[in-house]
Design a protein around this ligand. Sequence first.
Ligand SMILES: [Zn+2]
Length: 318
Amino acid sequence: MIVKRRTIPLRILVNEALLRRLPPNHPKRQEILKDLLIIRAGFKGEQDIDYYLSLLDDNDFHIFQDLRIPQGSKHFQIDLLLLSTKFILLIENKNMPGIIEFDPDFKQVFRRYNDTTEVYDCPIDQVKRQVYQFRNWLKKHNINPLPLEFLVTYSNHGSILQNPSKNQEVFDRVSKGGNLIFKIGEFQNSHQKEILTLKDIKKLTKLLIKSHEPETASIRKYNISPSEIIPGILCPACDRFSMERISRKWYCLHCGTSSTSAHEQAILDYFLLIGRTITNMQLRKFLLMPSRTIATYLLGNMDLKHTGSTKNRVYSKT
Ligand SMILES: [Zn+2]
């Protein structure tokens, strides 16, 4: 059963908002788009693996999607963790079409796609480092030591895996998505001894969920300042900042589209790009709209938390 579900990475939401609100000729747009496509592909790949994991018996594993656990001043991140009473399995997923060739002698992987060759660090080592860090974490929390298994999965149907040196570890530890449940079956066969009780599992599940710290994302990564963000309300039909408030609705002066909710995306963009909280005055400045009464009305009708008295009220996302 899934005990922790992944959420859309904040970096996806921030980069999408940046692409909505940076001028078309902004020098960082290419880099922001490139990062967005990579993170989206990773997210999609993990969702594809969920299908194969859904074929497992619901009672066999507690499944954690996307864990990010602090350790010292850093974090370690696990795409998928499967917890059972007999062993734990860590999975690192890759969503990469093309020919993937493992070179275990030099701990590297080549990817040939669209007439180009790229080189990556070996993902088996990557997941082994996660195992090492996770083992230390378990020790620190006095959890009974139990076998830790690991796999690298390639979720993309267009991944062509190659292991020219016939390396045994690559055969054992790398799997296409479709083969995943059979690999898991092998681990289940080789680990028959119950080490954790169901009570231990419950305790560990609680501890893992409590320890998870979602990744943050801000515009500082690209050295962008809030003054570069275009204010105003985007027309949902023609993608121009040309909406104005006319008799209780937003009207696009360019294409004539009307909307009662176009301000909501703008307010969410504000939270993603500029600040975690917003005041009435900040909203009016951002929506390019002078009316305090309308701003109060709009903020009151969104599902936002607020603190402070009516006059100095500060709103934030729930
Ligand atoms: Zn329009």
